[in-house]
Design a binder for this molecule. Structure first.
Ligand SMILES: O=P(O)(O)O[C@H]1[C@H](O)[C@@H](O)[C@H](O)[C@H](O)[C@@H]1O
Ligand SMILES: [Mg+2]
Ligand SMILES: [Mg+2]
Length: 315
């Protein structure tokens, strides 16, 4: 059992059930003996709370994975959402609002319900309650909860919890990135040839989009990339870049709540996260390239045909 799974079990035993916020687990003496949050960190308490809430959310998601689900669709017939997505987002945001009433929140399902997706200078939590909902609906165990945090529009830390294998990925600006207790480092691959590349399909399935998506994959393979994989969770795919399990990731059609936490984790693992044009990352642009090296990221940028998914902050 992983370190975090053991902690999760202890947290569960010290509280009355998954419904209680992680904060009460804290109050029951399950103080997080976290060594991933450096001393004197101004956002220490926030990051510790994020880890506790990710553990709590992970319990709810893991339990619901094999249960019957009520599934509905959002922007397309393959863009799925369940009652657990809503429950988990409400659990996380209500607990954070209670502890940090002046903070702002961007959540995938709140945004989908019409909340404005705007990143101000206020301390802002950027949350994907279940990343990999299509996987979740099909009981495919690659699902995560992602909690990012920004202040003055700068990403400060990220927490991504793999709900079924217990891997807790964390990154704090200027203090490194970890998976459980292990420090993360990206690869040093510089060329597409021999690279192991991850991507995601995105929710559009019209013929023109599919042609562009498959065309981009074809180009990578023509340049003799060793492999391309689509795992159905952009945040966990991005964590694989941070851990060195893959060399690069690109996608059109993800969102700021897929990117926020993972961007800190990759950068703190020594990697780069940029726009698909090769310029600086635009968190709201619904597109990204991440890689262990800037050379590899730029090579991919030169290759890609753009797929337009609009912006998170345009509505
Ligand atoms: O909707 P969730 O939170 O499951 O996020 C997924 C996106 O919906 C996909 O478009 C995208 O392709 C990725 O799979 C991403 O993880
Ligand atoms: Mg989601
Ligand atoms: Mg997502």
């Amino acid at each position: 059992m992983t370190y975090w799974a053991e902690r999760e079990e202890r947290a569960m035993k010290s509280s009355e059930g998954a419904g209680r916020s992680a904060l009460s687990a804290d109050r029951d003496g399950e103080k997080a003996e976290l060594n991933i949050v450096p001393a004197g960190d101004p956002w220490k308490e926030c990051m510790e709370t994020a880890v506790q809430l990710a553990l709590r959310a992970g319990q709810v998601i893991k339990k619901a994975l094999t249960e019957e689900k009520r599934v509905s669709t959002k922007t397309s017939v393959v863009d799925l959402v369940t009652e657990t997505d809503h429950l988990v987002e409400e659990l996380i945001i209500s607990a954070l609002r209670e502890k940090f009433p002046s903070h702002k929140f961007i959540g995938e399902e709140s945004t989908s319900a019409g909340s404005k997706c705007v990143l101000s200078d206020s301390p802002t939590w950027i949350i994907d309650p279940i990343d990999g909902t299509c996987n979740f609906v099909h009981r495919f165990p690659t699902v995560a909860v992602s909690i990012g945090f920004a202040v003055n529009q700068e990403l400060e830390f990220g927490v991504i919890y793999h709900c079924t294998n217990g891997n807790m990925y964390t990154g704090r600006k200027g203090h490194g990135a970890f998976c459980n207790q292990e420090r993360l480092h990206v690869t040093q691959e510089t060329g597409i040839r021999n690279a192991f590349i991850l991507t995601e399909i995105g929710p559009k399935r019209d013929p023109a989009t599919l042609k562009l998506f498959l065309g981009n994959m074809e180009k990578m393979l023509q340049f003799q990339a060793h492999g391309i994989r689509v795992i159905g969770s952009s945040t966990l795919a991005l964590c694989h870049i941070a851990s060195g399990a893959a060399d690069a990731y690109y996608q059109y059609g993800l969102h700021c709540w897929d990117l926020a936490a993972a961007t800190v984790i990759i950068r703190e693992a020594g990697g780069v996260v940029i726009d698909t044009t090769g310029g600086p990352l635009d968190l709201m642009s619904c597109r990204v390239i991440a890689a262990g090296t800037m050379e590899l990221a730029q090579s991919i940028a030169q290759m890609l045909q753009t797929i337009d998914y609009g912006r998170d902050d345009e509505n």
